[in-house]
Design a protein around this ligand. Structure first.
Ligand SMILES: C[S@@+](CC[C@H](N)C(=O)[O-])C[C@H]1O[C@@H](n2cnc3c(N)ncnc32)[C@H](O)[C@@H]1O
Length: 288
């Protein structure tokens, strides 16, 4: 039977959450399990464990271990498209990823002087910068910037627009983003204004928009969606890139890495880099 991946979330005080994390680490049945632990609310001493089981057995065992800590509130959500929105929590602490500092209204005025500061209001869109898939993209992009500049950048599945805005604030002349969610398109355009940058966002399925075609070919494409749509878009992404252009793919689970890589290799891409973050994988691939 196929396992439907879920995200298990456990919230509770710091000491209890840390003990639960230690129990996961020490459990022989959970050797391969991936989870993260972070402080969610400093004032209320709420910590949070996010676990991403990949099999029924791992799922059941994680639930069992967490049930041993009654002070934790444990919930589980299916990792489906609709849940991207649920992950876009507001009021979270700022995130630092390489040179980028992603922050919301709560931290206005607290952005450092030596970082590229991205003011992102998520509302109902995905992409506060807290999610492993977004952080993976920002880190990959940060490291590419050490030796390259990208004149034209496309962000497929822009969410809050965080990635195209990061590009527009680091020398990219043309930064375009698409999303199939009209609310995300509105929020991205608002975020571009908040950041006083020229990134533009349009409502489109994948790359299917006049503006995306007229601004092509691109030096770099970001696509942080799910594994299947990433595979479905591989030809269109290839067609939109300049020769030797790069694509940063995210939104796939580590268990889906081989499937996505195989699809891109068969379309004439080579893998440049892979980043693992929680259960997630980010791939940097080059058109050859
Ligand atoms: C995981 S979020 C990524 C948001 C942002 N780029 C980030 O890195 O934080 C995925 C976004 O892709 C959008 N999306 C899903 N399928 C899409 C498609 N076929 N074409 C365009 N956008 C899509 C969703 O609406 C969602 O906003």
């Amino acid at each position: 039977m196929t396992y439907n991946p879920q995200q298990i979330i456990a919230r509770g005080p710091r000491l209890v959450s840390e003990s639960a994390a230690e129990a996961i680490d020490g459990d022989v049945l959970l050797e391969g399990a991936t989870y993260s632990i972070l402080e969610e609310d400093e004032d209320r001493n709420i910590w949070r464990i996010d676990a991403f089981p990949t099999t029924e057995e791992e799922d059941a065992r994680l639930q069992e271990v967490l049930a041993g800590f009654p002070e934790l509130t444990v919930t589980a959500d299916q990792l489906a498209d609709a849940d991207w929105l649920a992950m876009a929590l507001s009021g979270l602490p700022p995130v630092r990823a390489g040179r980028f500092f992603v922050y919301g209204i709560h931290d206005r005025g607290r952005a450092p002087d030596n970082t590229v500061n991205l003011r992102i209001e998520a509302g109902a869109a995905f992409g506060t910068g807290h999610h492993g898939t977004t952080v993976g993209c920002l880190i990959a992009y940060n490291d590419l910037l050490k030796s390259k500049r990208f004149d034209r950048v496309l962000d497929v599945g822009a969410g809050t627009g965080v990635l195209a805005i990061a590009a527009a604030k680091t020398g990219t002349r043309v930064a375009v983003g698409t999303d199939i969610d009209p609310v995300s398109v509105r929020i991205s355009n608002e975020n571009a204004k908040l950041n006083k940058c020229h990134a533009r966002f349009v409502y489109a399925n994948g790359l299917d928009h006049r503006l995306v075609r007229s601004d092509a070919p691109y030096d770099l494409v970001f696509a942080n969606i799910l594994a299947r749509p990433l595979v479905g878009l591989s030809m269109a992404i290839r067609g939109a890139l300049k020769p030797k252009g790069l694509v940063i793919l995210s939104g796939l689970l580590r268990t889906q890495e081989r499937f996505v890589k195989a699809a891109y290799h068969s379309k004439g891409f080579r893998t440049v880099r892979r980043i693992h973050r929680d259960a997630w994988c980010t791939l940097v691939m080059q058109k050859v």
